[in-house]
Structures are given as C-alpha cells and as structure tokens.
Design a protein around this ligand. Structure first.
Ligand code: SF4
Length: 246
C-alpha cells in the first residue's frame, strides 16, 4: 500500500477479520473484512459490536497492516475479499482500501445497506468492486423502511437507498439483493411488494432471522416459520428470481 493510501486507510476502523470463507463470495474462496460503524440501527441486527459506538469503543480494533500482511502471503490461495460491516460506505477512505486490495489481484465484494449511492456508483464506475450485495430491509416506502432501520432514516438517505437498488438493477455488475425476515417488521405481502419493486433482479435471497443473544434493537424478535417462507417463495417466484438461503 502506498504511504498515502496506508495513512488514509488507517482511519477506517476494522472491527473484525475472517481469514477464510467458502460461502461469502459466490464460487470463490474469500476472506472477510468487517468495518466498524453503521448509520442504521436495524432492530434485528446481530452485530451490535460493529454498530453501536459504545460497544465499538470497547472492542478490539483489527490493525489494517495485519490484514494486508495475511492477504499478501495467501494471494495465490484466496480469490476474493468481502468487505462488509457495519456499513463500509460510511468510511470515506473505503475506495483507497479497496483499490489496494484490487492492486493485489483480489476480486472484491461489497456488502452495503445502499445508503451512500454516490460512493457505490463511484466504486462500480472505477471498477473497484466485482460483486455487490444490498440488504433490502423492507418495502421501499418511507415509513416501513424507517421502522426496519431503527427510525434513523432521512428522506435523503431513503432516496439514496432507492437509487442504489435501481443502479444495480440497471448495472452490468454481478449483484444480489437480500432480506432478513422478521415477524415484527414484515408480512408476506411486504416481501411480495419487495419482489415486485425489484422485478427482473438477477438474484434475491430471503434469509430468516437468526436466533442470537442480543439484537441492536434490544428486543426479542421472531423469525418466520418455514411453511410461511415456502408460501412466500411460491408466490414470489412468479415475480422475481427469489431463493431461500438457510
Ligand atoms: S443490519 Fe442494519 S444496523 Fe446492522 S450493520 Fe447492517 S445496516 Fe447496519
């Protein structure tokens, strides 16, 4: 990494690093970088240590040079790096970080909540990312979306989310959309509404709420029943390429 880029990327706080994954980049061996900090507060989020500032402050920071030194040694073994969070695009030095990964020859996937349309477009235009995953939290209406992101949505950010979704629908980049199913936030009709709003999408995955100890919203939440998910899939498949990811 050049000195200039190293200095800038050091500003980006990394909250976790997974050295190897067989699942997170389609068909490739990948490593996963978790950036710390997020502008949303999705009640069902199960990584509070990457979202809530009071927990982030007390958590271990992963030195960026450890990541690059690990990746450098495994360049011939690992194909891709998945950058996720938290929300990676809140870090203005993200493009520098990714540029360095690209210069090492890795494919790069970005998982984002779509709230920074400008950065997403730049990363795609500059060919810095090869795969994008956007979480669609709820039907694309302000009230429902706001509830699903913890009441922190502004009209501007909501506009960005919609623009990011549309960008992927029109772009040639490989991508997927996905939604985490939560009884307290979604009905079957909500999910079908999302299906209709992304008609023609390459891939749309539904994943059920994970039962974990602690969600960002601090409340107990309920996953969907398997038969309810099957019902959604039966109808949703008539609209879009939707799959259940267990
Ligand atoms: S699930 Fe929501 S709160 Fe958690 S990291 Fe993603 S966007 Fe942020």
């Amino acid at each position: 990494m050049s000195l200039h880029n190293a200095k800038r990327a050091e500003e980006m706080r990394i909250g976790g690093f997974q050295k190897l994954s067989l699942l997170d980049y389609p068909g490739k061996l990948s490593a996963i970088v978790f950036t710390a900090g997020c502008n949303f507060r999705c009640p069902f989020c199960y990584v509070p240590y990457l979202v809530l500032p009071e927990i982030i402050k007390k958590s271990r920071k992963v030195p960026i040079e450890h990541i690059f030194s690990y990746l450098k040694k495994r360049k011939n073994f690992i194909d891709a790096v998945v950058v996720t969070g938290g929300e990676p695009t809140i870090h203005e030095d993200l493009p520098d970080f990714i540029r360095e990964l690209k210069s090492m020859g890795f494919l790069v996937a970005l998982e984002t909540n779509g709230s920074d349309f400008g950065m997403l477009r730049r990363l795609i235009d500059d060919r810095l990312i090869d795969y994008v995953e956007i979480d669609i939290k709820a039907p694309l209406t302000f009230e429902k979306y706001n509830r699903a992101v913890g009441d922190v949505l502004t009209p501007k950010v909501f506009g960005n989310v919609k623009a990011s979704v549309n960008l992927l629908l029109k772009s040639r980049i490989d991508y997927e959309f996905r939604t985490t199913l939560v009884k307290e936030l979604h009905t079957k009709e909500d999910i079908l509404e999302i299906c209709r709003s992304i008609k023609g999408a390459k891939k749309y995955y539904l994943q059920n709420l994970k039962r974990t100890g602690f969600f960002v919203g601090g409340k107990k939440l309920t996953p969907f029943r398997e038969e309810e998910i099957m019902e959604i899939l039966n109808e949703g498949r008539k609209i879009v390429n939707v799959t259940y990811r267990k």
